[in-house]
Write a protein that binds this ligand. Structure first.
Ligand code: 5GP
Ligand code: ZN
Length: 114
């Protein structure tokens, strides 16, 4: 989608600090990190929210989680722990309507979230 920020990052039109790329996914550092490691894992294909996932997307979502785990492990956070979050719509504070998985690590993360 031409007017989607993360589609533009995926296309390379807007720069981002890339952490990982493959045929289906791109991962890059969040521009406003909320933890020492804050990476966004996004599908190349535009999907607006978790509500828009369909059965054929189940493998893609599994890959997003496994990629988050691999990045956490590569940065030395697998043992102490990390958080993965999908925000969906207004009450969760979703601001970019292109599906993204937040990976947060490197500090103690409070629960419940604000
Ligand atoms: P949401 O609130 O939708 O779950 O998360 C969107 C995230 O995208 C936020 O954490 C925000 O900091 C991040 N973000 C917004 N604009 C940009 C950008 O231009 N580049 C990068 N790398 N991250 C962005
Ligand atoms: Zn998009």
């Amino acid at each position: 989608m031409a007017d989607c920020l993360f589609c533009r990052i995926v296309a390379g039109d807007i720069p981002a600090a890339l952490i990982h790329q493959d045929d289906d996914l791109v991962a890059f550092n969040d521009i406003q990190p909320q933890a020492p490691l804050h990476v966004l894992i996004v599908p190349r294909r535009h999907i607006a929210t978790v509500n828009d996932l369909t059965a054929p997307d189940e493998v893609l979502v599994g890959r997003m989680l496994r990629t988050a785990s691999a990045i956490a492990q590569a940065h030395g956070h697998a043992g102490r722990g990390y958080r993965t979050v999908f925000n969906c719509n207004a009450d969760a504070g979703q601001t970019v309507f292109h599906l993204h998985l937040h990976l947060l690590a490197g500090r103690g993360l409070g629960w419940p979230p604000g």
